[in-house]
Every structure is written in C-alpha cells, then in structure tokens.
Design a protein around this ligand. Structure first.
Ligand SMILES: N[C@@H](CCC(=O)N[C@@H](CS)C(=O)NCC(=O)O)C(=O)O
Length: 204
C-alpha cells in the first residue's frame, strides 16, 4: 500500500496524523511528490487521481482512493477501534458536521488565501488577490467562531478527539503561510491547540 503525498501539504498531513492516531503509519509506503515542480500533474499521476491532487492512497490491487477524508474513512472502517469518526449515529453526525465545517469554512479558505495571494501555483491557475483576501477574512472569522465554540467543548466535536480536531489543527498550522495566527485573547482556541498539538500524532 502506498500513499502519494507531499509531507508538508496540509491535506497529506491530515492523513498522516489520522494514521498515527490509529497506530498504522508504518503500514504504508509514503511517496513524496514535489507539488510546485508539478510532479502531481503528469499523465501518470492523473491516472491515479484525475484531479491531480494529493494525497492518494494506492492499494496493492491497484485501486486508488483520493480525498483525505475518504482515505481516513477507509482506515476507520478497517480499524474501528479507537474511533476518530464516532461510534453512535449521533457522534458520527456531530463529528461529520464539524469536520465539514472545519474543511469548508476554514481549511479550504486558508488554501485559497494562500494560492490567490502568493502566486505559488501561478503556473496552473490565475491568482486573484482580492479573492485571496476575502478568503483570508473568512478563515479569520471561522477561527474566532471556533474559539467561542471551544469555550463549551473540550474538542472540536465534543468530549473526544476526532477527525474534526485533525482538520482544524492542520489548518491552524497551515494558516501561518498567510500570516493568520491565533490571538492571545483566543484562550479557548489556544487551550485546545496546546492539547491537540501536544499529542504524539501531531508530529507524524
Ligand atoms: N479535497 C482534497 C484536497 C486535496 C488538495 O487540494 N491537495 C493539495 C495539497 S494540500 C494539492 O494536491 N495541490 C496541488 C495542486 O493543486 O496542483 C482532499 O481532501 O484531499
């Protein structure tokens, strides 16, 4: 089993942290691609993921699974112990709700802010600075909302660590590339961040 990734990329990190939490990191061979050089844009790689994005899980029978959460869901189903996506229908729904919120209104916005203000992928897209700035504002707003939410919730989706924490933590760390940082006054967010980033899996 192989995972095509770039170790520093936030979506790839989500899968690494998830696997580390499950104790499965050593089960996969990681294949590093240089995204800026376009190693994900070759015809060969598009055969693995038509969208030319990492991470991609390649099973030994040649099956490919892309989308970070789909990859995580596969491992969760194979290894349901130490659940990171909930056990009961209610837990599963709440974790899914927060994971999607963190992905759509936070991670994707930071990604757009980065791509549209840095020109990092100017060879493959048209950066629109104003759009990047709007996305930055949206991500900053979400960070404030998360701080408020965490006043009443130990983790992002309730009392237990979950995939929603992984998405949020990877996004908080990635936010540095657009100089979006946690404020000292965001005491709930900071309390949560120290807890999740202190877990061994955060270094995966
Ligand atoms: N929704 C996808 C997003 C994948 C994604 O955007 N990956 C980025 C790296 S974090 C990528 O491959 N970018 C390369 C490019 O756009 O050319 C997932 O969850 O895996």
């Amino acid at each position: 089993m192989k995972i095509y990734e770039q170790k520093i990329a936030p979506n790839a990190r989500r899968v690494r942290v998830f696997l580390a939490e499950k104790g499965l990191l050593d089960q996969a061979e990681f294949v590093e691609l240089d995204l800026q050089k376009g190693e994900n844009r070759t015809a060969e790689f598009r055969g693995k993921n038509m969208l030319a994005k990492i991470p991609v899980l390649e099973l030994d029978d040649g099956t490919h699974i892309s989308e970070s959460v789909a990859i995580c869901r596969y491992f969760e189903a194979l290894h349901p112990e130490n659940p990171l996506m909930g056990s009961t229908p209610l837990e599963q729904a709440e974790i899914e709700m927060w994971q999607r919120r963190c992905e759509i209104y936070f991670m994707n916005l930071v990604g757009m802010a980065f791509q549209h203000t840095s020109g990092f992928f100017a060879d493959r897209m048209t950066p629109i600075k104003e759009w990047g700035e709007e996305c930055y504002k949206g991500a900053s707003k979400f960070m404030h909302m998360l701080d408020k939410h965490l006043a009443d919730s130990e983790y992002v989706a309730g009392d237990s660590y979950s995939i929603a924490d992984i998405t949020a933590m990877c996004t908080v760390d990635f936010s540095r590339v657009v100089q979006l940082r946690r404020g000292e006054e965001q005491v709930n967010l900071n309390r949560w961040y120290e807890a999740v980033s202190g877990r061994a899996s955060a270094k995966a």
